[in-house]
Design a protein around this ligand. Structure first.
Ligand code: ADP
Ligand code: ADP
Length: 226
């Protein structure tokens, strides 16, 4: 459902992605690892249209992201993203954070959007905090809200960019538990993380990047054999 074909990405003269050829299939959980600066975040940002690729083809659900005729908003609707630093709106409540895109972009009625938001909050075990503001919550709680928000548009894939790297150790497990639950439900997920336990337990494939290149792309089991 997501295919990179000979994709290159430059930031000015800097070559951030080098000849990327990768396929992500429906229902797969793929963990992307590699040193800082290797292009992991750039790859995710190309998938959700936050960055443009410089060369090659990137297709998402059959839509070529590079094609001027492709509506980028259609792609963004299909691709949810969870960031390292949550990026919640500080002046909106938890419920309002989740309802924002469905009401603005999908034009859902407030009642419909709220019903969906409450279901999602229940899924991430945060329904009791629906009227709180982000600042009143721990990092782990905010990240679970961000996951619920990422799901609010019913995306076909959810991207995670180091979702636990900014968290206190005691809140990491709650976030990983939610991610494991989504994986079990068949959500397609691409996860940039240093959490090797999560990779070992949950990933179907592990992609290893270094210096803008994909050096390994293997079934998770095979990855840990050597
Ligand atoms: P990773 O997620 O693996 O840490 P990134 O994709 O964030 O790597 O970055 C890859 C390289 O591209 C880094 O050297 C980074 O400094 C550079 N880079 C990322 N974003 C930009 C940008 N907007 N402009 C210029 N260089 C960038
Ligand atoms: P995070 O740690 O949250 O992933 P980063 O510090 O990697 O965020 O990047 C934050 C922003 O800065 C991104 O939008 C990225 O594109 C931009 N950026 C990263 N590296 C560079 C760079 N070398 N030059 C310009 N912009 C950069």
């Amino acid at each position: 459902m997501i295919e990179f074909k000979n994709v290159e990405k430059y930031y000015g003269d800097f070559h951030a992605l080098k000849n990327i050829n990768l396929t992500f299939n429906k229902g797969e959980v793929v963990v992307v690892i590699g040193p800082s600066g290797s292009g992991k975040s750039t790859m995710l940002r190309c998938i959700n249209g936050l960055e443009e690729i410089s060369k090659g083809d990137l297709t998402i659900n059959g839509l070529n992201i590079h094609d001027k005729k492709t509506n980028i908003n259609l792609i963004r609707k299909n691709v949810g993203m969870v960031f390292q630093h949550f990026n919640l709106y500080p002046h909106k409540t938890v419920l309002e954070n989740i309802m924002l895109a469905p009401t603005k972009v999908l034009k859902q009625s407030p009642a419909e959007a709220q019903k969906k938001a409450e279901l999602l909050l229940d899924k991430v075990n945060m329904l009791s905090k629906k009227d709180s503001y982000p600042v009143q919550l721990s990092g782990g709680q905010q990240q679970r809200i961000a996951i619920a928000r990422g799901l609010a548009m019913d995306p076909s894939v959810l991207l995670f960019d180091e979702p636990t790297s900014a968290l206190d150790p005691e809140t990491i497990e709650d976030v990983l538990d939610v991610m494991k639950k989504l994986a079990k439900e068949g959500m397609t997920m691409i996860v940039v993380t240093h959490e090797m336990g999560f990779a070992r337990e949950v990933a179907d494939r592990v992609v290893f990047m270094a210096d803008g290149e994909v050096l390994e792309d293997r079934e998770a089991g095979a990855f840990y054999e050597d």
